[in-house]
Design a protein around this ligand. Structure first.
Ligand code: HEC
Length: 139
């Protein structure tokens, strides 16, 4: 019985620490004082990051990259965003790679007006700080 109480207390402690780390994760990615994204509990995000998620949904990127960004016809963006720069990300989304099946979103204001936010959302997913694809507003 004592052991059980200890185990529960230890588990709660670990959860608390990991939440704190998640909330900080975006800050490490940004060289300005504003965090690239802010996330609590793995899925509650700031308004800008939420706008990025909405752009992802509106453009239906999931048709090719998968509902969880893990890749389908198109590559896993979880993996891609560990490798490509923000500038490369913006260029490929704007111009597409038409010969290779990636469409161009340069004429889609839902995407281009939110390109920084879309990048922040996907970077949070790629970093593992945003732990599920469907996010919601922070309290
Ligand atoms: C019609 C299918 C399709 C849709 C819709 C689509 N993509 Fe892609 N995307 C692809 C394919 C296929 C590739 C791989 C192109 C290649 O081989 O270079 C790709 C490549 C990419 C890359 C480059 C990955 C890398 O590692 O170089 C990024 C970033 C990307 N897509 C983001 C997006 C975003 C964001 C959206 C929504 C705004 C989107 N894509 C919508 C098919 C799609």
């Amino acid at each position: 019985m004592r052991y059980l109480e200890f185990a529960v207390a230890a588990a709660l402690c670990v959860v608390g620490v990991s939440h704190a780390q998640e909330a900080l994760a975006g800050k490490k990615q940004s060289d300005s004082d504003k965090a690239l994204y802010t996330v609590v509990d793995g899925y509650k995000v700031d308004a800008d990051t939420l706008a990025g998620f909405r752009a992802w949904r509106a453009a239906a990127c999931d048709r090719c990259h998968g509902a969880n960004q893990e890749g389908m016809v198109g590559p896993s963006l979880i993996e891609s965003l560990k490798v490509i720069t923000k500038e490369e990300f913006i260029a490929v989304v704007r111009d597409g790679r038409l010969d290779r099946g990636m469409q161009s979103f340069g004429n889609d204001p839902r995407v281009m007006d939110n390109i920084d936010h879309l990048y922040a959302y996907l970077k949070g997913r790629s970093d593992g700080a945003i732990t599920r694809a469907r996010v919601q507003a922070m309290d």
